[in-house]
Structure formats: structure tokens, C-alpha cells
Ligand binder design. Sequence first.
Ligand SMILES: C[S@@+](CC[C@H](N)C(=O)[O-])C[C@H]1O[C@@H](n2cnc3c(N)ncnc32)[C@H](O)[C@@H]1O
Length: 193
Amino acid sequence: MPEDGRLDPAQLFPAAREVWLEIGFGGGEHLASQARAHPDVGFVGVEPFVTGVARLLAEMTAGGLGNIRIFPDDARLLLPALPDGSLGRIFVLFPDPWPKKRHHKRRIVNPETVAEFARLLRPGGELRIATDDVGYARWILAACLAEPRLEWLAERAADWRERPADWPPTRYEQKALAAGRRPVYFRFRRRTD
Ligand SMILES: C[S@@+](CC[C@H](N)C(=O)[O-])C[C@H]1O[C@@H](n2cnc3c(N)ncnc32)[C@H](O)[C@@H]1O
């Protein structure tokens, strides 16, 4: 462990070029797919839901995926323990929207966690967030646009209304689409200056 008490995730993957983090991976389909597509990257997946962890472990075993580590608990316990600039990408896909105003404080994307994401990303690193909840989409966008270290990577509506080709689908997204809801896909870059 480094002297400042932080955990360096790169030590988990000595051969990897960088480390990517997924928060609330659910059944793990996006994480497993990214890990297959990027064998030179180390992946940390965070998910407190034990059935999701079991699903991903089964997929890792079946697919021989050695570049994933799992933190089976609340992401807010892990984030403060990671060093500045230690992550190349952070994914938060379809986080629970907590639509009632009195529950907004439970939202995993909020101004405090967005500041943590900006701290954890290396310059040029990327934050990806998806949601199918219109109110949460506005809230996420406001929090990320207010963070001066992040830059929204959208130039036209299709950039956030359509899922990019290198962004594998998730189980929750399929449910949202089947129910007629239209997700949004936000990408932000950690500024280099
Ligand atoms: C709506 S589901 C989406 C799952 C998956 N990302 C998908 O798109 O299918 C939200 C997930 O976030 C997880 N979650 C909720 N709070 C969390 C937290 N504080 N830290 C990490 N994961 C959390 C839940 O257990 C759940 O699996």
C-alpha cells in the first residue's frame, strides 16, 4: 500500500497499460465485453448485488477473463481509497435514478462523486454515464458541466442519443428500450490543462 494509505489499482494488473472502473455493473455484460475487447487493460468492477457478482464470476470463469477484479460493495467506500489520475475510464451505466426528491441524496452520480471521478481520471481519461431517466439525465449533465475538469464530448444530438459502437449494451438498457424509454449516453473527457 502506498504511504498515503491509498490503494493503487495498477498494482493489481502489472502487465496492463491502464485501469478502467465500472460502478454498478449489474449482470456484468458490459464489463465482460469490454474486458474481452481490451485484454491490455485491467478492469475493476464494483457491484454490491451478490447475484450480479456471481453472474460476472461465472462469465469470467467461462471466458477465461483474467483482467477483472471485483469490489463487491458500495462504490463510495472504494473511490476515496484510489489515487489521483489512477483510472483511464469510469463507467456508470444506468445507475438507480431515485426519482423522488427526498431520495436524490442517494444518487450515486452527484456533485461530490463527479468531483471524485474528475480526480481519479488521468488527463485525457473518459467518464461514461448512461441513464433512461429524464430527470436524472438533467441532474447528471448539470453536475458534470459544473465540474471544470470535465469536458462534454458531444457535438450533435446523435452523440448522446445513440450508443457508440464501442459501448456494449447492458441488461438494464435492453429492459428500458423494450419498455419504450429512450436512454442517453454521456461521454466526458478529463481535461488535460
Ligand atoms: C439499474 S441497475 C443497472 C445495472 C447495469 N449497469 C445495467 O446497465 O444493466 C443499477 C446497479 O447499480 C448497483 N448499485 C447501486 N448502488 C450502488 C453503489 N453505491 N455502488 C455500486 N453499485 C451500486 C445496483 O446494485 C445495480 O446493480
